[in-house]
Design a protein around this ligand. Structure first.
Ligand SMILES: CC(C)(COP(=O)(O)OP(=O)(O)OC[C@H]1O[C@@H](n2cnc3c(N)ncnc32)[C@H](O)[C@@H]1OP(=O)(O)O)[C@@H](O)C(=O)NCCC(=O)NCCS
Length: 204
């Protein structure tokens, strides 16, 4: 995994100079501009480390459903996932489908969002979150697992369920309840002031 804390000294134009014209053709403007740049920098770093490539050799592009992919000389290099939030970004690269989600550790999840987004059985899993902020951890685990299956969580909320939680080990199991059963194992950790959920899809 590669994670970056944003630094106000980094100008957007200097960061953009690290990307190819093909990558920049999808560049986001407005409020999402900084996160887009940071996320892709983290992705280049993760892919570079995983496959021993220089950042210039790796291209990060998005598929039609928004899933990022990494390329080397126009050929797929492997699986990649990225996440950006206020002040930071993280990415992971692997030879198996992966997903990552990053959120500020102290980000609250309102009662309304909690009851709307989680089934009663999932909410019971959060009664003891150990050292993790349980509600946020369950949310991040779902986000990361959904990404590992190439899905956006909000479009699939009822189909993504946290099935098991081993809080002392920081491990959750997330199941896909749509067509074709899938499972992902999610590892939770703290990095700086952020909660990180890293999902690996189990081989089918
Ligand atoms: C699209 C979604 C993945 C966005 O998640 P998010 O938490 O807002 O943002 P993140 O930075 O963690 O993830 C965004 C990245 O997910 C990736 N992504 C988007 N669609 C994806 C898909 N179908 N499959 C895999 N990855 C995907 C992209 O790389 C995207 O970044 P990019 O657009 O810069 O390339 C989706 O699950 C969503 O809308 N979630 C709701 C967010 C929310 O309500 N959060 C409250 C938290 S308490």
């Amino acid at each position: 995994m590669a994670a970056l804390l944003d630094d106000p000294a980094w100008a957007d134009q200097d960061m953009a100079a690290l990307f190819s014209p093909g990558e920049l053709s999808a560049r986001r403007g407005g409020a999402g501009a900084r996160g887009w740049l940071l996320g892709r920098l983290a992705a280049k770093a993760a892919a570079g480390r995983r496959w021993r490539l220089s950042p210039a050799e790796v291209e990060i592009k998005s598929g039609p459903a928004g899933r990022p992919w990494s390329f080397r000389a126009s050929a797929p290099a492997g699986f990649i996932s990225l996440s950006h939030t206020r002040g930071a970004a993280a990415a992971v690269a692997a030879d198996r489908p992966v997903g990552v989600d990053l959120e500020p550790w102290s980000r609250p999840l309102s009662d309304r969002a909690w009851t709307w987004s989680f089934a009663p059985g999932e909410r019971r899993l959060a009664e003891s979150g150990g050292s993790f902020p349980a509600r946020l951890a369950l949310w991040c685990a779902k986000e990361a697992a959904a990404k590992s299956w190439g899905r956006a969580l909000l479009d699939n909320l009822p189909r993504v369920r946290v099935a098991e939680a081993d809080w002392p080990a920081g491990r959750l199991t997330v199941a896909w309840r749509g067509r074709g059963r899938k499972m992902s194992e999610v590892r939770l950790s703290r990095w700086d002031a952020y909660l990180v959920a890293l999902a690996q899809s189990r081989p089918e």
